[in-house]
Design a protein around this ligand. Structure first.
Ligand code: SF4
Length: 353
């Protein structure tokens, strides 16, 4: 098999049976060539997506038995193979998908590497060529969590949206650096928002800390990071399903792949929260502060000097509310509010046979 065919086969493999696949495109193939060099592409072509121990994998790769442990350790460090030690058990390995996976691993450490630079323009190109459509397939992958204080009636907040209590349920907390903002910076278009605020929990958190891509934090540190994100006008985004959290990103409208894909390509890649911004026309001074802060351009000050919210565009993040000088804008429950799907429904919606 020639080299390009190998990478096309890997794209086909990574495109099946996953939440977010790797549809084939020229930039997608170049990304795989950068991330799976030399022998690693051949290993990735046959490495299971389910977790396996090294002895189990040696049976699958008898010709590589002597060097397999070393190759897998190298791929784990590169961010293409997941590994963890099961409690009281052996270390296991599995191939990482693109998301949450090797679209982010080269950036979480926040280090300026040749790989991070080479990949940055390719990720923007890949979003246009294929990844944007892939993110929209089967419904949004991520969902907005509102800033709780933005609700007009605090008693309306749903349990799903209580970040503080959701953090009580996670087993391990880690923070890495935002991949989206770094990619945009390498492309000369970045912003000045905080980089180190990409939160990951549970086994993924442990993996990225073990591989030197992130650091472990306490719940109190996570809450401080979220408060700082609020003050910067960043949008909290989490998994779009019920159950335990795996991730909270703190996203800006200028760099976030989800917010930009929604704005630039009009694709349904991010689910709004259960709330929508509402303006009290009697209080509004028409200053335009909320219009400037809205990350998805959902607010416009009318000729009557009153802010008007486009409910179809508003994602219910609450970023517009804290800086309103007259307290005129707040979140209210959407009439058609619905909870995110449960995990099995989400997987069914997103599963790609
Ligand atoms: Fe009106 Fe407040 Fe928006 Fe200013 S920030 S335009 S006062 S709603």
């Amino acid at each position: 098999m020639d080299e390009t065919t190998l990478y096309e086969k890997l794209a086909e493999r990574l495109d099946r049976g996953v939440i977010v696949g790797v549809p084939k495109s020229p930039s997608g193939i170049r990304i795989l060539k950068e991330l799976f060099p030399g022998k690693e592409v051949e290993i990735a072509l046959r490495l299971p997506m389910e977790q396996k121990t090294l002895p189990q994998l040696k049976e699958l790769f008898p010709d590589e038995a002597d060097s397999l442990g070393e190759i897998l350790a190298c791929m784990a460090k590169r961010g293409t193979v997941f590994t963890m030690v099961r409690p009281g058990k052996e270390r296991v390995y599995s191939l990482l998908p693109i998301l949450i996976g090797f679209a982010e691993t080269p950036y979480w450490a926040g280090k300026d590497t040749a790989t991070a630079r080479h990949l940055a323009p390719l990720w923007l190109k890949y979003r246009e060529e294929a990844l944007g459509e892939e993110l929209a397939r089967g419904g949004p992958v991520v969902r907005v969590i509102p800033v709780a204080e933005s609700l007009r009636d605090q008693s309306e907040i749903l349990p799903f949206d209580m970040i503080k209590s959701k953090l009580d349920e996670v087993s391990y907390l880690a923070v890495g650096h935002c991949p989206c903002r770094q990619i945009m910076r390498y492309n000369g278009k970045g912003c000045s928002h905080t980089l180190e605020n990409c939160l990951h929990f549970g086994s993924m958190g442990r993996y990225i800390v073990e591989q030197g891509m992130a650091r472990e934090i306490t719940k109190e540190e996570a809450l401080t990071i979220l408060t700082q994100a609020d003050s910067e006008g960043l949008v909290h985004v989490c998994d779009n399903h019920q159950g335990q959290l795996s991730t909270i990103c703190n996203c800006c409208g200028c760099c976030c792949i989800f917010l930009r894909t929604k704005k630039d390509m009009g694709l349904n890649v991010i689910s709004s929260s259960s709330y929508v911004s509402q303006v009290d026309a009697d209080l509004c001074a028409g200053c335009g502060t909320c219009e400037g802060r809205c990350p998805v351009f959902a607010i416009e000050v009318s000729d009557d000097d009153i802010a008007v919210v486009n409910k179809d565009i508003c994602i219910g993040c609450g970023v517009c509310t804290p800086t309103c000088p007259t307290g005129a804008i707040a979140l209210v429950m959407r009439e058609d509010a619905k909870l995110p799907p449960d995990i099995s429904e989400f997987l069914t919606l997103r599963y790609k046979p």
